[in-house]
Design a protein around this ligand. Sequence first.
Ligand code: MF3
Ligand code: CO
Ligand code: CO
Length: 256
Amino acid sequence: MKVDVKSRAEIDRMREACRMSAEIRDICAAAVAPGVTTGEIDALVVDYCEKHHVRAGFYDYHGYPGHLCVSINDEVIHGIPSPHRVIVPGDLVKTDVGIFKNGFNGDTSRTVAVGVTDPEVLRLVETTKACLKAGIAACGPGVHLGDVGYAIEQVAVAAGFGVVRNWIGHGVGRTIHEDPEVPNYGKPGTKLVLRPGMTIAIEPMITMTKAGEATDVLSDGWTVVTRDRSLSAHFEHTVAITDDGCEILTLPADYP
Ligand code: MF3
Ligand code: CO
Ligand code: CO
């Protein structure tokens, strides 16, 4: 395992890609509404990239055909945008997007509940957000990745939800996916020790049911779904380890 440790100057460059990733993430999330197609969300990313002279990091990554991933309901991650997929009331829509600029990538995702009133579904969304917060709160120099995964898993388990096992967070930087692996579960005191300058994507994928922890890939070769077709939520931030903790690189610009 070769984990890239970035200089302060490199983190500064990556901060820009991450700031833009956060901006387009929130543009996409705000556009999610009944009647909108996921293809229209994809077009927003294309427009943003043209306007700002940047690249959509996911496009053509291992042949991926979209400019972001839009995954709905039982789709966990890697949903391919399509002009035929119309968002309807009650949908749980995950918009996952990354911008490539100055040699670096961002990677960030949000879940939007479209006209959802079922309190269990809303609790799933809030719990997934809390999982991401707990993972980030655990991060810092000297911390093991097992500690981070454990912190995330505890929040999900306490709420009675499942944690996807075979898709995980990852190092991110010059490439979208790099070492180390960042699972959303773990054992304290195990795995890699974090150091200042490491940049990782933390991305809990939490499922309504325990059986939903197991996933399949659809015949399109990309879309990951829960095996029992239960709902899944997903939040993701790109985070840099600092001398005294960590910095979330994909916060919205107006975050207080
Ligand atoms: N955003 C995904 C992640 O969080 C990676 C998407 S790459 C793609 O790891 F090719 F599937 F789009
Ligand atoms: Co992502
Ligand atoms: Co990611």
